[in-house]
Design a protein around this ligand. Structure first.
Ligand code: GLU
Length: 474
């Protein structure tokens, strides 16, 4: 990562974004302070007996940023760089993110400082179960209290361990399944959660790129078709963002991973690159593409849209002047430093901010939580009823017109929604509605310089309204 001499901590950066939006409001200072601070910070250290018999002390955190709504919600990250400042920043982002997409949760985040590659599956299970037990001890997990989810370095497998540990400590708790989201579908998960963040990135980007008057100053035509895209990070979010963009007609010119990037101006097939990575152990030397090392040079390649989908602080004051993209679509949390943001804004680059763009994950987590609490799969109750209603309607049309629908068309029209259809439609609706809310805030108020400030302002107003309606503040 390029060093940034003007860099402040990640949490300071998030707070600076908050302050910039807060300055545009006339809420009492105390209320603004209450919204900004982390309400509860839990740091824990616990021992792990490694398979070679040695003992290692593992550090973990859970930060609950805002209790204005409960439960609080946010992923758990496993990475060697995890620290308290980072978890606080990510927890704060979760509060604003949930508010922007009207997910009725406060924000939280967890982190465990480990390099997952250095542990066996059994050790990772031990770490996850012990971390969960530590959360249980302090009432930092539960369907109505705090509901974790996957983040960098964790996935459905870890969520299943968390759920299993929680239910073992809470026998008979009927809503135990809602203590964590992002579970495997067989363990109470919801279809579409794995790809939700990437799908949300695609919906958000599509909406942004549909605004002719916003794209014209960037020298771009509306629509995703033919846009040249660079994606940094091929984890869950990067892979799915790249895949949905490719399906929508974007030309994926470069994909980057930790150990290198591959570049082909004529376009890469995302699945073929992933296959190559799986077979050879690296993304490098993908046939027909140029290998780029060091990997961060990929950010500076010629393209229309840059999608950072890895970790924070990737676009810095150092490399920002060389970024060629006209749109930066923040799929990761905090990929752009504040100093880099200033440079990009001066250069007329449109930044679609993380707090909005990667909210698809928590949106579908919310659907999963609702599913778990209602104990019924979306679509199960109404599907057949809707099918027969459409069937009756088509039959009436046929009788009135004297013409029969071809069988395939009839089947397509009468099909009732399955869980995945409802999840995707709810996600699409959420991302479109939220985009227009923040865009309007940006366009209407000349004091709002960009989409990020607009997103924070929208979020701040929603959280403030909740506090004011609680009657805590005069
Ligand atoms: N870790 C994801 C995020 O940063 C998802 C959180 C969730 O689903 O609760 O938004």
């Amino acid at each position: 990562m390029a060093s940034d001499p003007t860099a402040s901590s990640f949490y300071q950066t998030v707070n600076a974004y908050f302050d910039r939006a807060a300055a545009l409001t006339d809420y009492p200072a105390g209320l603004l302070e209450q919204i900004k601070v982390c309400n509860a910070v839990y740091a824990v250290q616990f021992p792990l007996r490694r398979q070679d018999g040695s003992i290692e002390v593992i550090a973990g955190w859970r930060v609950q940023h805002s209790h204005h709504r409960l439960p609080v919600k946010g992923g758990i990250r496993y990475a060697p760089e995890v620290n308290e400042d980072e978890v606080k920043a990510l927890a704060a982002l979760m509060t604003y993110k949930c508010a922007i997409v009207d997910v009725p949760f406060g924000g939280a985040k967890g982190g465990v400082r480990i390099d997952t590659k250095k542990y066996t599956t059994q050790e990772l299970e031990q770490i996850t179960r012990r971390y969960t037990a530590e959360l249980i001890k302090k009432n930092f997990i539960g369907p109505g209290v705090d509901v974790p989810a996957p983040d960098y370095g964790t996935g459905p497998r870890e969520m299943a361990w968390i759920y299993d540990t929680y239910s073992a400590f809470n026998p008979g708790a009927i809503d135990a399944m809602a203590c964590v989201t992002g579970k495997p579908v067989t363990q109470g998960g919801i279809r579409g959660r794995v790809e939700a963040t990437g799908r949300g990135v695609y919906y958000g980007l599509r909406e942004a790129c549909a605004q002719r008057e916003d794209l014209a100053p960037l020298g771009l035509t509306p629509g995703l078709e033919g846009k040249r895209v660079v994606v940094q990070g091929l984890g869950n979010v990067g892979y799915h963002s790249a895949k949905f963009c490719q399906e929508a007609g974007c030309v994926i010119v470069a994909l980057s991973e930790r150990d290198g990037a591959v570049y082909n101006p004529a376009g890469l097939d995302v699945d073929a690159v992933v296959r190559h990575q799986r077979e050879t152990g690296s993304i490098r030397d993908f046939p027909g593409a140029k290998t780029i090392v060091p990997t961060n040079l990929a950010l500076e390649l010629p393209c229309d849209i840059l999608i950072p989908a890895a970790l924070e602080n990737q676009i810095t004051a150092e490399n920002a002047p060389r970024i060629q993209a006209r749109i930066v679509a923040e799929a990761a949390n905090g990929p752009t430093t504040a100093a880099a943001e200033r440079i990009l804004r001066e250069r007329g680059v449109l930044i679609i901010p993380d707090v909005y763009l990667n909210a698809g994950g928590v949106t579908v987590s919310y659907f999963e939580w609702v599913k778990n609490l209602s104990h019924v799969r979306f679509g199960r109750v109404g599907k057949r009823f809707e099918e027969s209603a459409f069937d009756r309607l088509l039959s009436a049309v046929e009788r009135a017109t004297g013409r029969a629908f071809p069988e395939a068309e009839r089947r397509r029209i009468v099909r009732g929604p399955d869980e995945i259809d409802l999840v995707n439609s709810g996600l699409e609706e959420t991302m479109i509605t939220a985009y227009h809310q923040i865009r309007e805030c940006w366009k209407r108020d000349p004091r709002v310089p960009d989409l990020r400030t607009a997103a924070f302002l929208v979020a701040l107003r929603k959280v403030a309204t909740t506090y004011l309606e609680l009657g805590i503040f005069p």
